[in-house]
Design a protein around this ligand. Structure first.
Ligand code: HEC
Ligand code: HEC
Length: 383
């Protein structure tokens, strides 16, 4: 967290006024359905966004949609337990093309403000390094959504004209024309980005339907262990300093000192690979070294909503920007014992946060209680 943090809810309110995004969902849409939800239940813009999100034809080899790496049944992150167990980086549309990061959840990312410096640190933006800043479209999430289609490591289309032509020739061309009537290609491309962002902010994607949410409405009760976990999360374990409810992130950046993932394809190709995170983006954006140097190795605080959500309890999910951690138990143990246990050296030693984690003094039972609490954040809770 930053010392002088902005009020997250105020940021949400500002974002709401600016972009009309939803903090609390309105339309009650059934959540657990990647292809069978009635699109009549959402606005035309959200419906278009949904169609785009799941359309594999919008990739070079017709083999990859956003959902390939952001599967709803996995909390909108990577759905392949084998990949998660190893490098945690997903192959793009082109065989053998890999990026160097683990997919974060694409849900609940709609309240992140336009990237700005608040006096002590950077806040907002989209991606692990904030590079979809929101500075051009006024909305980081819509800017983010334009990226994957043309990224050679992802859907790998050659240019925006190809993307727009594919959508215009799709089975949902009518919806596209209705939502994006402008004939100008860059405008239609922006409109595609905004539609996907609208879907990601919809009640289907950001559902607020977890046991935790039900407990806030008095419709469920956390068990004693889950409640203990939440108390620890708020106090002794310090988690809420960076992961405050209701979105479980404050959109700031930190270097937790997590180790490199030796199976990350970028690391395999070059063992001296160190992901520069926010500092790398700021350097590329032309800031001076005194600005980017202190941000090297920092990554955006991710939401914890749906962190445990997966197809089956025994399937492996990966955690952290490089997917080093393979279970919630492991990452909680890391927060507790980074400075007193035997962990490999940090990926980036510079700029490491050494005040808010590392030696929390949690007992084994307390670690387990925090994990039990994190599991209450999975959407689709039914009694
Ligand atoms: C090949 C896998 C892959 C595909 C396909 C893909 N993504 Fe991602 N997504 C990622 C990875 C990896 C990241 C993190 C990249 C980074 O931070 O540099 C990411 C980041 C994101 C984020 C940022 C979340 C946050 O909190 O910062 C959003 C939102 C997102 N993707 C949505 C989408 C959408 C929309 C599409 C389709 C247009 C898409 N993704 C296609 C892998 C993928
Ligand atoms: C100082 C701020 C800070 C504190 C305190 C903090 N976190 Fe985090 N958390 C982060 C950041 C930043 C990341 C991403 C780091 C990275 O990938 O390098 C993260 C990542 C995570 C992830 C991985 C999520 C994913 O989708 O990959 C989990 C789970 C998590 N934190 C849980 C916790 C818990 C539980 C606590 C309390 C024990 C906690 N955090 C305390 C900042 C913090």
């Amino acid at each position: 967290m930053n010392n002088a943090r902005p009020c997250v809810l105020a940021a949400c309110a500002a974002a709401f006024l600016q972009f009309g995004c939803e903090l609390a969902p309105t339309a009650p849409v059934s959540f657990d359905s990647s292809a069978d939800v009635s699109i009549a239940a959402v606005t035309p813009q959200q419906a278009l966004g949904r169609l785009l999100f799941f359309d594999k034809n919008l990739s070079l080899n017709n083999n990859q949609s956003c959902a390939t790496c952001h599967d709803p049944k996995w909390g909108f992150t990577g759905p392949d337990p084998m990949i998660n167990a190893h490098g945690a980086v997903y192959e793009g549309s082109i065989a053998g093309a890999f990026g160097d990061r683990k997919p974060p959840s694409s849900a609940y990312a709609g309240e992140s403000p336009i990237l700005y410096f608040d006096g002590t640190g950077w806040v907002g933006g989209s991606f692990w390094d904030g590079r979809a800043t929101g500075w051009t479209l006024g909305d980081p999430l819509a800017e983010q959504a334009k990226g994957p289609f043309l990224n050679p490591m992802e859907q790998a289309l050659p240019d925006m004209a190809t993307l727009v032509a594919l959508v215009a020739a799709s089975t949902y061309a009518d919806t596209f024309d209705a939502v994006c009537p402008d004939s100008d290609t860059p405008e239609r491309y922006n409109c595609i980005g905004r539609a996907i962002a609208a879907y990601e902010r919809s009640a289907e994607s950001s559902a607020f339907s977890s046991k935790f949410d039900a407990s806030l409405k008095g419709k469920a009760r956390l068990t004693g262990q889950e409640q203990l976990g939440y108390n620890l999360f708020l106090n002794k374990a310090k988690c809420a300093l960076c992961h405050p409810a209701p979105l479980f992130t404050d959109y700031t950046y930190d270097n937790l000192g997590m180790p490199s993932n030796p199976e990350n394809p970028a690391y395999v190709a070059d063992p001296s690979f160190r992901d520069p995170g926010l500092g790398g983006f700021l350097r590329a954006a032309g800031y001076s070294e005194d600005v980017w140097g202190i941000e090297l190795g920092k990554f955006k605080v991710p939401t914890l909503r749906n962190v445990d959500r997966r197809l089956s309890k025994s399937s492996i999910k990966a955690y952290g920007h490089n997917g080093y951690f393979k279970s919630l138990k492991e990452i909680v143990h890391f927060y507790n014992t980074r400075d007193v246990g035997s962990w490999p050296i940090p990926e980036t030693l510079a700029n490491m946060n050494d005040t808010e984690l590392g030696n929390l003094g949690l007992t084994v039972a307390e670690e387990s209680a925090i994990v039990a609490f994190l599991k209450t954040l999975s959407d689709g809770y039914v009694k």
